[in-house]
Design a protein around this ligand. Structure first.
Ligand SMILES: *Cc1c(COP(=O)(O)O)cnc(C)c1O
Length: 339
């Protein structure tokens, strides 16, 4: 049994998904002639209440295209200090858009409308122009926390009031929707642009879709090409996304259940000092001083369980499509055997 709790990106496409990929009708997507890509883009756009979609190789690219769309060089993006766009996209805000981030100290990765309003610069020639607000749902580094619809709406109202653009990094938006039971449309229509990842909980080998207005997506297509993200018969990958929309959304609840069960066991371990509340599929916990995270990861590896440190004493586990109940049981056994 091979157990991998490093990320929900480690999943391999199922037999059904591979069949769908194998049989997908294809064309050259740079000429906008791949019927499978077009189907996926339109399906996701309709689902989230947007006019159009753009299939991209990664969530980093969909986020970075959105930032480029909404900002001019020198502009400022407001986001939580733990945001993926700031921490895990290689400094892309500066590299790609010549813009900068103003970081907000949110609570477990979630920011408030009041914090956003307090962070907006007044309009003076010498002040950085605040242009874009980006929220992450679920919030990865913060342990898979999610926004309520009201909280996202309150931020939208501030964006409208101050003529700011509003972007959703929805790498794990379906995990959030699983818990809140909101429809994709209720959430999607609050934002100017939405990034949805297919390679996380949805279990495809790759791909993310950026959603927005016709005009935004027309410009986004050009930016994608500049970034080197124009792919050809990529319906072979989009087919995996279509398959995932039909088969892998409802089951996200299982990942959340297993994460909660794992969290319960972890919180009872003598060498664990704290555990963040488990809200979706991410479990973040801190080990006591006698158990540095490197040593802990090595011990897990010896028991054929892969995990990664998230800091000197901190560990993150992520549950996913390829982590089943037998693996959950085995992981709990191994964790309890350490002291
Ligand atoms: C994974 C992730 C992304 C996109 O990452 P890629 O690896 O480039 O697809 C964006 N935002 C968040 C919050 C993520 O977890």
């Amino acid at each position: 049994m091979e157990i991998d709790l490093r990320s929900d990106t480690v999943t391999r496409p199922s037999a059904g998904m591979r069949d769908a990929m194998f049989n997908a009708p294809l064309g050259d997507d740079v000429f906008q002639e791949d019927p499978t890509v077009i189907l996926l883009e339109n399906k996701l756009a309709a689902l989230f209440g947007h006019e159009a979609g753009l299939f991209c190789p990664s969530g980093t690219m969909t986020n970075q295209i959105a930032i480029k769309l909404h900002t001019d060089p020198g502009d400022e993006v407001l986001c939580d200090a733990s945001a993926h766009i700031y921490n895990y996209e290689g400094g892309g805000i500066g590299f790609n858009s010549g813009a900068q981030a103003k970081l907000i100290a949110g609570e477990r990765g979630l920011i408030t409308a009041q914090q956003v309003e307090e962070s907006i610069n007044p309009v003076f020639d010498w002040l950085t122009r605040t242009r874009l607000v980006s929220v992450e749902n679920t919030a990865n580094r913060a342990g898979g926390t999610y926004y309520t619809l009201d909280r996202m709406r309150e931020i939208q109202a501030i964006c409208k009031k101050h003529a700011l653009r509003y972007h959703l990094d929805g790498a794990r938006i379906f995990n959030a929707l699983q818990e809140t039971k909101n429809t994709p449309k209720e959430v999607g229509t609050l934002f100017d642009t939405v990034s949805v990842c297919l390679s996380k909980g949805l279990g495809t080998p790759g791909g993310s879709v950026l959603l927005g207005s016709q005009e935004h997506i027309r410009r986004a297509r050009r930016i994608r090409k500049v970034l080197g993200g124009g792919m050809r018969q990529v319906g072979i990958l989009a087919a995996a996304g279509l398959y995932a929309l039909d088969h892998n959304i409802e089951r996200l609840g299982e990942d959340h259940r297993r994460a909660k069960q794992l969290g319960e066991v972890i919180s009872s371990l003598p060498y664990v000092t704290s555990l963040l509340p488990v809200e979706t599929n991410i479990i973040i916990f801190t080990l006591d001083a006698k158990m540095p995270s490197d040593a802990f990861v090595q011990r897990l590896l010896a028991a054929k369980i892969k995990a990664v440190g998230f800091g000197k004493q901190t560990i993150r586990f992520v549950t996913h499509l390829d982590f089943d109940d037998a693996m959950l049981e085995r992981t709990c056994e191994v964790l309890k055997s350490f002291s």
